[in-house]
Design a protein around this ligand. Structure first.
Ligand SMILES: *[C@@H]1O[C@H](CO)[C@@H](O)[C@H](O)[C@H]1NC(C)=O
Ligand SMILES: *[C@@H]1O[C@H](CO)[C@@H](O)[C@H](O)[C@H]1NC(C)=O
Ligand SMILES: *[C@@H]1O[C@H](CO)[C@@H](O)[C@H](O)[C@H]1NC(C)=O
Ligand SMILES: *[C@@H]1O[C@H](CO)[C@@H](O)[C@H](O)[C@H]1NC(C)=O
Ligand SMILES: *[C@@H]1O[C@H](CO)[C@@H](O)[C@H](O)[C@H]1NC(C)=O
Ligand SMILES: *[C@@H]1O[C@H](CO)[C@@H](O)[C@H](O)[C@H]1NC(C)=O
Length: 405
């Protein structure tokens, strides 16, 4: 739900939906606001036809994932229901329009649903056919990593039109550089890939890894670009906590069993690896593992390495979190607060990971409602907001602000 602005590392972007009024929080500035998103059709006639044929059903389009690269803000629209014309889109950050039309990325054709189920061997026969994307990431090498779940119309007919796959685009010329289809051995019956985290340095673009949490199958898939191979890691800590699956969002009570959801990567440490902070969505605990473990297939899949994964601590009651990320400029991990309608923070320089060291940087039970999932009933009027704020500003006067001397 949140993403950093690479050029301006002090900015925190948060997408907030749905909502019925404006943010009261002065630390955040509204950037975009939609009441039903619109798409950049070539002309009005084409748009009208798409609506008539139900190829485009405005109320079924709910933006979710965000990423920023130069002046492009990528916005994903998962195909929860039918009538989503394009799942990967962007808007320009340069324009003055606060409700711009979404422009399909890399183009309209690649976002078209295929006529048939795509199978190995012909998955790109008639073009790429990106099916349904929750999140995507731009990396340090100007590539866009798109995690396509392959699952269309999740809450309706629910058709697996393609095997889950990673699509990598060159952001300079928008060409598809590589496609990697997850192996059958990576998948479980309830696998669901709503996130992707990319680990690479600009100095060595071929040595890139993607960490893909499987929130439904309670595992993590690691993909190595150099080896063009993937492996599945299991661990108890990827599961949800049965006592933390009860939610109340926007006055609606529901239960989720979502497991491992997100990895927030620290800067590279002396041993050359990063610390990956992670949590399950239906849990209030945070865990950590070195990327040294994730990246080595032998170590990662050896059950004797249970202890390599550490419990960092707990955030306290009602602190379930979906997306998280590490802000290198402040050393702070920001995370969504699904049950508290806000954004939480923890400074990695803190003495410990405990409720006392968690800040709530912003919270508003009217504007900051995060329905990370459409199992939540929603209002007739749907509004989407994207806010931005400077991370240093946001953590001011919270426990996450640690003055360095
Ligand atoms: C590709 O397009 C042709 C002609 O339109 C069609 O017959 C074929 O079924 C398509 N293949 C897939 C995998 O969609
Ligand atoms: C490719 O697509 C067609 C449909 O056009 C399908 O019948 C066929 O089984 C697919 N798979 C392969 C490997 O060709
Ligand atoms: C896009 O750029 C990459 C190199 O960054 C190159 O390999 C590829 O051929 C280019 N594609 C097009 C369509 O220009
Ligand atoms: C679940 O959440 C609802 C709404 O907050 C609350 O009323 C209920 O007591 C909770 N149930 C349990 C078992 O915690
Ligand atoms: C993975 O770890 C094993 C065991 O520690 C080690 O022997 C091997 O060299 C490592 N592989 C790589 C690619 O670093
Ligand atoms: C928001 O919180 C206030 C104060 O806790 C409460 O009075 C109000 O009913 C809440 N509104 C919603 C929509 O939950």
């Amino acid at each position: 739900m949140a993403s950093l602005w690479p050029q301006l590392p002090l900015l925190l972007f948060v997408v907030l939906l749905p909502s019925l009024s404006y943010a009261k929080n002065t630390k955040l500035e509204e950037v975009f606001h939609w009441n039903y998103v619109d798409f950049d059709y070539p002309d009005d006639e084409t748009c009208k036809k798409a609506k008539e044929s139900k190829e485009f059903i405005p109320e079924n389009n709910l933006p979710l994932g965000l990423e920023i690269w130069k002046d492009k803000l990528f916005v994903t629209v998962p195909r929860w229901k039918s009538g989503v014309p394009a799942t990967v889109n962007y808007v320009s950050l340069k324009g003055d329009n606060k409700s711009p039309k979404l422009i399909p990325y890399p183009d309209w054709d690649s976002n078209k649903l295929p006529e048939h189920k795509l199978e190995e061997g012909n998955s790109t026969e008639n073009g790429t056919h990106i099916i349904s994307v929750f999140r995507l990431r731009a990396d340090a090498c100007d590539r866009l990593w798109v995690m396509d779940t392959g699952l269309n119309d999740v809450v309706g007919e629910s058709e697996q039109l393609a095997q889950p796959r990673i699509l990598i685009y060159d952001l300079h010329n928008d060409s598809l550089l590589h496609t990697y289809t997850l192996k059958q051995s990576n998948l479980k019956e309830d696998s669901f890939f709503a996130n992707i985290i990319v680990d690479v340095d600009a100095s060595d673009c071929s040595k890139a890894y993607a960490y893909i949490p499987d929130l439904g199958g309670y595992g993590v898939i690691v993909y190595s670009l150099e080896e063009d191979d993937s492996w599945r890691i299991k661990h108890h800590y990827f599961h949800f906590d049965p006592l933390d699956g009860n939610y109340s969002v926007g006055g609606v009570n529901f239960q989720w069993t979502d497991g491992v959801f997100s990895f927030a990567l620290s800067p590279r440490q002396d041993d050359g690896f990063k610390t990956a902070y992670f949590h399950a969505l239906s849990s209030t605990n945070e865990f950590a593992v070195s990327t040294r473990v994730l990246q080595n297939k032998t170590i990662a899949t050896d059950p004797h390495n249970f202890e390599e994964f550490k419990l960092l601590g707990t955030r306290g009651p009602k602190t379930q979190s979906s997306a998280s990320f590490f802000d290198e400029s402040t050393g702070v991990v920001f995370y969504t607060q699904v049950n508290r309608d806000g954004v939480g923070c923890w400074n990695s320089k803190s003495k410990e990971y405990s409720p006392d060291y968690q800040g709530l940087v912003t919270s508003d039970n009217e504007t900051f409602v995060f329905p990370n999932d459409l199992k939540v009933d929603r209002e007739e009027t749907v509004n989407f907001y994207i806010f931005k704020g400077a991370t240093k500003e946001i953590i001011k006067d919270t426990v996450c602000e640690i003055q360095e001397h």
